[in-house]
Design a protein. Sequence first.
Length: 260
Amino acid sequence: MLDRGPDAPDTEVTDAFTRTAASYDRLVGLNPGYHDHLLGSARALLEHVPADGPLRLLDLGCGSGASTRALVQAVEEAGRSEQTELTGVDASSGMLASARIKRWPRWVRFRLGRAQDLGSDATRYDGVLAAYLVRNVPERDQLVADLFEVLRPGGVLVLHEYAVRGHRRAAAVWTLVCWTIVIPLAALVARKVDLHHYLWRSVLDFDSVQQLQERLHRGGFADIRHRTVGGWQRGIVHTVLARKPEQAEQAEPERAGDAA
């Protein structure tokens, strides 16, 4: 079983994703709204990046490609396929192998890499989507700093994440669904439940939405806004959007707040 403590080696989580890679798509496909929610976050990113010109996007923690697929759809809906370069990065070789065997437009590529190594990336991006990632990185403030660094001035960050801390009903619904549906399905489909035990516990231990926004604020991000999804996952699954100021060295980050 995965170590659930805050100091657990991040390689344990990566290895667990690799072990589950073969059945991961089937499992998330059983989650109502999973792909639609990712698409909503991808559309939010495309709505806030520059409206014209070349577009360089990063899907950090792309996994088996579900978030990448959402970005591809959002780019195509915006009519920007000919202008876009999209890179999917993940630390799990197994998940990347699942992503790479799928069919992708010529402007999509994948590479193996850890979020913790993002600071060494010399590329600057117009937009970054990180879906279900921040919770799995031990050094979260450092990750935020690295995300700030790889965005060009004016670039947009979208975090798509579970967060229930401070909301008793959302935490109770999350626990009920995990133990009556998610974990039993993982046992049936994947024959492994360690990753999904970790998933349950890690969400309960993760930042509240307000704490996550404050973390971005401390990291220099501005124009921070948040929305949640509908249905039973209301208050559980969230989109948090933030922008790197145009004059990043001089700008005073704005106060974190909610937006519909």
